[in-house]
Design a protein. Structure first.
Length: 151
């Protein structure tokens, strides 16, 4: 038996843009189906929003995304919560972080640079006590990423 898990991200009207951004960061193909594709009449608000979306990359990255019905807010960070560092401690009201581990600092740095575009950097990418590279940021779509080099 084979089991696969995938992160399923919920957005407030920006799932398509998020998937396209993540595909530009990680590679892979974007698949999107809208509420309209599943029968919502054209012209009804939200018919163009994502009911099912995903990217799958050759490197193993798999993310799914969805637009919450009736929600359309451009300030994703305001609705997703916040995360910050204080005195060496992470302070957050988010229910999850998305973790990304790479095999080398060079590989990780490429992902970091791409995800950091338009992001709020919580902790800059640098060597840590447990990793050759560790960093944390909240991307422009409100997803907090924890990136590190696998030990």
């Amino acid at each position: 038996m084979t089991i696969t898990t995938s992160t399923h991200l919920n957005f407030r009207g920006t799932a398509r843009q998020a998937l396209e951004f993540y595909a530009s960061v990680f590679g892979g193909d974007v698949t999107v189906a809208t509420y309209g594709d599943f029968g919502m009449p054209a012209g009804v608000p939200g018919a163009d929003k994502v009911v099912f979306g995903q990217i799958v990359s050759a490197t193993g990255i798999r993310l799914m995304a969805y637009d919450i019905p009736g929600q359309d807010e451009s300030d994703a960070a305001a609705t997703a919560g916040s995360t910050r560092r204080e005195n060496g401690t992470t302070i957050t009201d988010r229910s999850f972080f998305q973790s990304l581990q790479a095999g080398s600092l060079d590989e990780l740095a490429g992902y970091w640079t791409a995800l950091a575009e338009g992001a709020e950097v919580i902790e800059s990418l640098a060597a840590s006590a447990w990793s050759a590279g560790f960093g944390m940021l909240t991307d422009r779509f409100g997803v907090t990423w924890v990136l590190d080099v696998a030990a």
